[in-house]
Every structure is written in structure tokens, then in C-alpha cells.
Design a binder for this molecule. Sequence first.
Ligand code: ZN
Length: 441
Amino acid sequence: MQFMPLCEKMGKPAIHWENACGKPDASAGILFSGSMPSKAIRLFKIMNISCVGLSTFFRHQRKYLEPTIISYWEAEQANLFDVLRFEDEGLVLSGDGRSDSPGHCAKYGSFTVIEQRLNKVLDIQLVQSNEVKSSTWCEFEGLKRTIDHLDSEDLVVSALITDRHRQNGKWIREECPEINHMFDVWHVSKAIGKKLDKIALLKDCEDIALWKPSIINHLYWSAGSTPNGDGALIVAKWESVMFHVQNQHINHPNLVFPECDHGPLNAQARDKEWLTPNTKATVKLEGLLMAKYLLKDIAKLSTEYQTSGLEAFHSLVLMFAPKHTGFSYFGMTCRLYLAGLHYNENSDRLQALCSDGRSQYNIRFPKFKKGGHTVRVVKTKPTYDYTFTLMKRLLESYRESPLALNQSMNILRANAPGPLASAFDQPNKAEAIARHTTRFR
Ligand SMILES: [Zn+2]
């Protein structure tokens, strides 16, 4: 790309992207790459490259880009459904909700499911907060729509792994008893970790902080070492932790799992003291780890699949739809679908290799580890073939009939929820401005 000298800036722009008939190529490039239009257009202006204006971008987005993205997502989804429809054991899904803004006043909530054995995003449901009682109901509504959608496609869900959202759990238990509903270990461990941190702040309970990593590891081990998902055995293994922290490793009064599974312990390598029975720290710890509601949830821990793919997907959504930016209903839908297309194309990336053929890793210092590190596998670079397919589909449909492309969205548009502001009393604009200026005069 050749830049123009500054003195020529007022002359003809260097590159014309939008041709005489107004083809939406430049607008498509901005949206398909997940860029924010105002910033991208400003970038082109600074570089003196001709580009569409903001209002043209949004016109292109509404009339041509949204139908292209939605039809491509639906086609890709149909391919996945065809593969899964004949799966004898039914679908094994992980599902989680996402709010479009921090706090409890989100405009949108979305619910996404990933088929765990394929590691592909299978369904994404966007719910606008005025479609339900309040924004906190969006996740629940999204879950119900996903299950209905899969059901309408003759797909059978055999297992679903989620966080411990009570409303979702109750609904699945009552309405879909055939689904084996399990909890993601990370979500449970996060909740336990937070409560352990609180106990460790109390007087005479400081040692609990040293025990936290072992307790969390034990939770993962209790689930991971029980691949048949036997809830009673997972709970029995978990309960042994209270004996272990008090230096009692055999003869636990638990017939299912009567002794610790570890080998001989190395006293010199110990970095913490055993807890003393009947002290404040031990009583508090037991109250937390052996709480009835927790044991009930631990019996339902997922032993094989977790929701980490969904956490990765939600991080990816942030690249396409940052939380500080507001989007129209279909604008948000399309950005979620773009994230889904990106995830599905790149979900099977292999580990990258160094020049000498060794596997690549890197060291990270995540904030939650408070100075501790984690080792991460470095994957090969992501690919973006879906953007080229989208562009091809867009230009083919546009060449055939821009009108038909625009009208292909008519039914979806008719059924879409109205903007949030449509429920509010609309003030007379002139009167509102007059009141505002009087107040500040
Ligand atoms: Zn032990």
C-alpha cells in the first residue's frame, strides 16, 4: 500500500473501495473482521483511504451484511445438526449465559452451548431484556430457547454441564428429567475458593489460606478420578479432605472411601501445619466444606467435560462485541454468530512447535494466582477462512439481487423485539430541550 504525500491529501484519495454502485465490500470488511465501524472508518480517513461513511456502513449492515452472516451461521449450524442427529448417545453439551454489560442492568443476555465431543459452538440464543421480566432472566430464557430449538431439530440432549444457576437447575430437573445435568468443577471451585479466602481473614484462621490450593486440587481430583460419575463416590472422596487436613489418613468413618489415596507423605517437604481438631479454623472449615447444599452439588460434578470452552468463547465474544459498546439487536446477534464461526473454525488448533521441533509453551502470571504462575500450551495461529466465505456469499447474493438479499431478513425482523426505548414515554423533543436549557441557564 502506497501512502500519499501530505501535500496531496486534499486531492483524490489513494484507494477507492466503494465503487459506483455502492457495493458493500468495505462495510463487510469492517464487520466480518469484528472491527468497530467508527474507529475503522477514522483509521481509513487518517490514512487518506477512501471508505464508506458511518451511515452507509449501518445501511449496508442492515440490508446486506446481517442477512449474509445469519444465513451462513444457520447453514453451518445445519451441517453440525446433520452430523449429530444420528449420534446414538445424544448430545453432550456445556452451556453458559453471558451478559452484555457488567452488573444487573444488561440490555442483552445470551446463552451458548458447545457440543463437548466436537468442541463446536452448537447454538447461540440472544435475549433482549425487554423480552423477559428483567435482565437477570435472560440466561434462563436463553437456555429454554436452546433446548426448544434442539428439540425442534430432533436432537436429543443426554448431558448438560453448567454452572450452579439455581433457576436453570430447577427447570431442567422438572421439565427435562431425561437430561443428566452436571456442574462444572471450575465454577464450584471458584465459589469454595472465595469462601476459603473469607475464612482465612478471621483471627486464628490464617492457616486456611495455605490449605486453599490443596483443597481446590482435591475437588478436581475427586471428580476427575471418578470417570463413571458415581456421585456417592465423588462425595465420599471429597469428605476425606476434612480428615486429611487433620493428619488422619486411614480409618475414616466412611465405608465408601475409608482412607486417603496418596502415598507416603514427606514431612520435610511440608509447607503448612496440620490443622488441630476442634479449633476455630477446623470448625469453620468443616462448616464450609461439609455443608449439605455443597455436598449435594459435588455429587453432580462433571467428571469428564467442563465449561472451559465456553469461558474461551466468551473471551472471544469480547473481541467482536466489547461490553462498552452498544449494539442493535441484529448487530449483536451477528457479532455473536461471527464469534461462533471463529470458534468453530479454530477449535481444533494444534500445539505450535518451536523451530527445533519441540512443543511450544509459555509462562503466565494470572492475577488470581497472586504472584503464582501457570504454564500454557501455545497453539498455532488462528485462521479466518470464514471471513472469505462470508465475503464470497455476500457478493454472490448481492450480484444476484440486493433487494432479495435485504428481504431475506423480513420474517426475522418482524419477530425481533422492539428497542428498549419503545416501552418508554416519548417526550416532545422541543419541550425537553427547552426545559433542559432553562434549567442550566
Ligand atoms: Zn491424607
